[in-house]
Structures are given as C-alpha cells and as structure tokens.
Design a protein around this ligand. Structure first.
Ligand code: GAP
Length: 440
C-alpha cells in the first residue's frame, strides 16, 4: 500500500513519543510491563479524545433533527450475538508458525512468518474475536456474556424502544459512542488496532427504496467531517469494497481511508446493511422490528445505512495529520496544527514572570475564558520555552500577561500557526477569542 505522498519515515515513532512525553497516551499498566496492546489516555489525551467525540456528537446528533442518541450496555447475552451473526462469522483465520510457534492472522502475512521467516504453518482455524465472560457468580447455562465487539447492535435491539418513545419516522438515525472490544490477533500500530477501543456509530433507518441515495449521502458527509476538522484532502480518500470482500451483513461498504505512515488504511466504514439486522433480531427474538407507515398504511422493515467510526483511531489520524516540524526564529519547533475544536487546550494563559503582581491579572484572564475554553496555566520557565511547549501539544492561542498589563489592562495573544502576536484589551478578550474560533 503506497501512500499518496512522502511521509517522514519516523512520523509514527515521533507521534508515539510525543503522545507519551506530553500526557496524551500511555501504555496501560506500564509499571507492570504493559498489558497486551491496551492504552490509557492521559490528561491531554482525555481532553482530545473527548473533543473528537464531542465534534462527532455535535455534527451527528446535536445539529440534526433526524438523529437521536442512546448509550447501551457493553455486556450482552449470547442471543444478541447469535442473531447478529457475530458468534458464527466474526472470526479471523488463525495460523501458528511451525518453527517459532508465533500466532498470526493468515490473511495478513503472505505465507511468510514475520518473526522467523518460516513458511511452514498449521492449518488455519477460525478464531472468534469476541471476549467471552461470565455474568453473575454461577457458571454455565445463562451466565455467558460477551463484551460487545461493536456498538451497533444496541441501536437495533432498541429500535422499538426508540420508535415508541420519540416521534421519528424513517429516514432517521440512532447514534452511540462507546467502548467496544475485539480480541484482535495482531493488534498493531499504536492505537490504530487495539483490543479495547472506542467507536462512534450511527444506524440510519430508511425506506428500502431510498437506501442507495442515503448511502451516498453519508459517505459524503463523513468524508467532509474529517476535512472540516483539518485533515488535508491529500491524506484522505474513499475506497469502495469489492462485492466479494463485503462483511456478512453488507450490501455495499465504502471506507474513508487515511494516509497512515504505513500507507492507506481504514479510518471509518460506511455500510449499507440492508434489512439484515432488524430481520435477524425480529426472527430470533420473536419481536417484530418494523415501521408502520400510517400514510401508506403499510408495514416494512427499514434498511440501515451505517457510518461506523473509531474515536481512538480518529484521534490517532488527527494527531498524525497535525504533526509538523517547522522553523521559528532560526529554531526547529514541533507543532501540532490541530483544529481548535480538537486541541487538548484551546488557550494557555502565561504570566510573563512568577512575580506575585502578575498573578491577580492572570487569574482574572483565566476566569473570563475558562467557562468557554479549555485553558492551561503555566508559569514555569522562559516564555519562549512555554510557547514551544504549547505549540507541541497544539494549543492554538497563548495569552501572555506582562507588567504593562497592570497599566494598560491589555494582554498579548499569540497565534500558534503564524506566531503572530497582537495586543488585546482584557475587556475584549472573550469576544476576540470567540471571533478567532468562529463563535460569534
Ligand atoms: N458496526 C460496524 C463496525 O463495527 P468496523 O469496520 O469493524 O465496523 C468500525 O469498525 C470502525 O471502528 C473502524 O473503521 C475503526 O475506526 C474502528 N475500529 C474497529 N476495530 C478497531 C480496533 N481493533 N481498534 C481500534 N479501532 C477499531
């Protein structure tokens, strides 16, 4: 897989190091040597991840009248996963290297063991990716539960609940953000593929005749969401799956792909799931999941168009796209050119010196901005060093409070990308920051 453009061969390492050094993403249970490709989000990472999810929710739920949200359980009974097809078909082909005994996904290794180079493997076995556990203290019948491998099924099993409690009719959607779990055989590339991750999914229910049109609509919407949040157009493309590569439920799938350091790969999938899910759950549960169209006096099973994104994977793509090294005043600096909506901090308030005289005004500035923006406050080291530190974590604006501020009641606002500095009266600061972030 060739990337569309030249990338820094060390980009992935640089972003992983930055993420660790600056409190975005840590390896989970690191003091115990880490735990099997699980990650923890640190003080800056949690801000950014929440921002990614908030940007998605705003666009997909808040700004629309035809989509509502839910938050469903992570634990589910086997019946759900039997009906959805996951018990039978949510598998990867697993092979063991006969020489070094390492396990691999057969479809990922081209017949050669990536560890020892051997070409001798065991027969492929279907390995189910769901995590199985026990609900309650008693083992056996009725106690088996699965951690959901996707959030989508919660929308299907709640279809009647949602229809009967809100006044929506197809075309309308149900959205959810939450954790999903897959026992991936080869988790890899930092948080790109992990065993525990977060998804942002929406199931859009439509009259069957409109399915194709809505499928195209959502491909377009979702592609533009990434563009709008600052991923350059040459790092994004669409890839429509060939019929023989489609998942068991899909009538058509198009991926939004991102130019990762290792090449083009999936960022999000948009699928036309037909009436597969509602029909499966109707048959298996004995509860009809249909829509009764009063005007036409007919009952039908809606088709589903599903834009399915990963929140953690999207965060990684935003970090990779934002990472830049440039030169400011003869010095190389690292800068994350993150959209202000995604940046862990939107503003850093920086008193020029630690002297107590500046603290009062600085705290006043903070109290004006903090209700509306995520703010950092930093008094340590030289102002130049502090600007660099904020650039490195993507803070779009630094506000410096100096000794003149005590006299002229104004502060200096510095722009991360242009490094331009302007003096702004404290009284105008909130309006000024709102204008810079297009919130008039
Ligand atoms: N409901 C459909 C569904 O789950 P998917 O393509 O398997 O489709 C959707 O997953 C998105 O979830 C992916 O495009 C990716 O962004 C994210 N995702 C899936 N598996 C992941 C994993 N192991 N680690 C991180 N993100 C993952």
């Amino acid at each position: 897989m060739e990337s569309a453009f030249e990338t820094d061969p060390e980009l992935l390492e640089k972003v992983i190091n930055l993420a660790k050094r600056r409190g975005f993403i840590f390896q989970s249970a690191e003091i115990y040597g880490g735990f099997r490709s699980t990650y923890d989000y640190g003080p800056l990472g949690v801000n950014m991840l929440r921002n990614v999810k908030a940007a998605w929710w705003r666009e997909m739920v808040q700004m629309r009248l035809d989509v509502v949200g839910i938050d469903a359980a992570i634990l589910g009974p086997p019946a759900v996963w039997a009906a959805s097809g996951h018990l039978e078909t949510f598998t990867d082909p697993l092979v063991d290297c006969r020489k070094c005994k390492e396990r691999w996904r057969e479809d990922k290794i081209d017949g050669v063991c990536p560890k020892c180079g051997s070409t001798e493997f065991t027969e492929a076995r279907a390995f189910n990716l769901m995590f199985k556990t026990q609900a309650g203290p008693v083992e056996g019948e009725g106690a088996t539960a699965y951690l959901r491998p996707e959030t989508a099924q919660g929308m299907f099993t709640n279809f009647n609940n949602v229809i009967s409690t809100i006044r929506k009719k197809p075309p309308f959607g149900i959205a959810q953000i939450g954790k999903s779990f897959r026992n991936e055989i080869t988790p890899q590339n930092f948080v790109f593929r992990t065993r525990e991750f977060e998804q942002m999914e929406m199931e859009f229910f439509v009259p069957p005749a409109e399915a194709e049109q809505w499928y195209r609509y959502w491909i377009d919407q979702r592609f533009n969401w990434y563009l709008n949040l600052g991923i350059p157009s040459d790092m994004l493309r669409l890839h429509e799956h060939a019929k023989e590569d489609l998942s068991h439920y899909s009538r058509g799938t198009t991926d939004v792909e991102f130019a990762y350091p290792w090449g083009w790969d999936e960022l999000e999938g948009i699928a036309n799931r037909g009436d597969y899910d509602l029909t499966q759950h109707s048959n298996a549960s004995g509860t009809k999941l249909e829509y009764f169209d009063q005007a036409a006096n007919e009952r039908y099973t809606p088709y589903v168009i599903e834009p399915a994104a990963g929140a953690t994977r999207a965060m990684m793509a935003f970090l990779l796209a934002a990472y830049h090294e440039d030169e400011v005043e003869g010095e190389t600096r690292t800068v994350l050119r993150l959209d202000w909506r995604l940046a862990p901090y939107q503003i850093a308030v920086l008193p020029l010196s630690k002297k107590p005289e500046l603290e009062g005004v600085s705290r006043e500035v903070l109290s004006i901005l903090q209700p509306y923006f995520a703010c950092d406050y930093d008094v340590t080291q030289s102002i130049g060093r502090r600007y660099r530190r904020q650039d490195e974590v993507g803070t779009p604006y630094c506000i410096t409070v100096d000794f003149d501020s005590l006299e002229d009641r104004a502060v200096t606002v510095r722009d991360r990308d242009t490094t331009e500095q302007v003096r702004v009266p404290i009284g105008d600061l909130l309006a000024n920051m709102r204008a810079r972030t297009n919130q008039h």
